[in-house]
Design a protein around this ligand. Structure first.
Ligand code: F6P
Length: 322
């Protein structure tokens, strides 16, 4: 009998539970035994591994977070640590691993594959910074959470005639800022991939919105943009000529929680089933990827080589519609 394991690793996000459920149920239906590894790669080191039956993954489809728990595990970059992980899996007679997570976690899966241990990844990162797939698990729900927050902030901004700086997640990648800014009608979006604009230019945008007769001005800032939200706030709060009062909202971890959207549940279910099928059919070193309308297995090596590039056409569209 084949025995596979599944873990969630790195930053959590909506849709991880439906992923685990799909991997588990699909593999069981194919005659395999499935083990859940708790707390990401750390669980492979501490041996926190439990058998998952079909009923163990019941009732979690609509729950945020991950019932297996997750963790960041930078020490997994060390080959000795990975050897220990493989040894643990060998002791449990596990012969394949599904890793659900972002770039760092998928790099870990690739490293296991390169050491001869079969591993398949499922891209799950709210940042949508993983190359090779149109979208990762969790992104859709997070974007809807952000846009809901922008809409709410816009209500109060308009009532008080204020400018708001709204910081969203995205350490290296402006995907969330750009999409939510476009969907939320932001006057300006600042992303880590693009340098500038200057603080003076940002202030000009606020003044322009005021002069145009708008009752609000919304600036969406990705957390990884430099010099950062605080620098913009400090500068704008010292200007007395903007027309608008300025307020700041950092959305933070509210973006990572919550019930997965329909899109994320379906994507997670499809990706989970494909990952289980792939692993049981001898595939390794691959990641599930949505490419256009097709769900396929994509080489992990290519996926982790670079971050997903910024959609410059969308930047132009956002500029044009503000
Ligand atoms: O990678 C997802 C992400 O939410 C980033 O947007 C953010 O910078 C980071 O995780 C936060 O990480 P942590 O949970 O370790 O604070």
């Amino acid at each position: 009998m084949q025995r596979i394991a599944v873990l969630t690793s790195g930053g959590d996000g909506p849709g991880l539970n439906p992923c685990i459920r799909a991997v588990t149920r699909r593999a069981i239906k194919q005659g395999a035994e499935v083990y859940g590894v708790h707390w990401g790669y750390k669980g492979l080191l501490s041996g926190e591994i439990t058998l998952l039956e079909s009923r163990d993954v019941g009732g979690i489809l609509g729950q945020g977070g991950t019932f297996l728990g997750t963790a960041r595990c930078p020490e997994f970059a060390d080959i000795q640590v990975r050897r220990k992980a493989i040894r643990t899996m060998n002791q449990h007679k596990i012969n394949g691993l599904v890793v659900i997570g972002g770039n760092g976690s998928l790099t870990g899966a690739l490293a296991l594959h390169q050491m001869g241990f079969p591993a398949i990844g499922i891209p799950a990162s709210i940042d949508n910074d993983i190359d090779g797939t149109d979208i990762a698990v969790g992104v859709d729900t997070t974007l809807n959470t952000i846009v809901d927050a922008i809409d709410r902030i816009k209500d109060t901004a308009t009532s008080h005639q204020r400018a708001f700086l709204i910081e969203v997640m995205g350490r290296d990648c402006g995907y969330l800022a750009l999409r939510s800014g476009l969907a939320g009608g932001a006057e300006m979006v600042l992303v880590p991939e693009l340098e500038g604009p200057s603080l003076e230019k940002i202030a000009d945008t606020v003044v322009d919105a005021y002069v145009a007769g708008k009752h609000h001005c919304i600036l969406v800032i990705a957390e990884g943009w430099k010099p950062g939200t605080r620098a913009v706030a400090d500068y704008l709060l010292n200007r007395t000529d903007l027309g608008f009062d300025v307020r700041v909202t950092v959305l933070g971890y509210v973006q990572r929680g919550g019930r997965p959207s329909v899109f994320d549940r379906v994507l997670a279910s499809r990706m989970g089933a494909l990952a289980a099928d792939g692993l049981l059919n001898g595939e390794t070193g691959k990641m599930t990827a949505l490419r256009g309308r097709k769900l396929e297995l994509f080489p992990l090596e290519e996926a982790v080589r670079q971050l997903r590039p910024l959609d410059t056409a969308l930047v132009e569209l956002a500029d044009m519609l503000d």
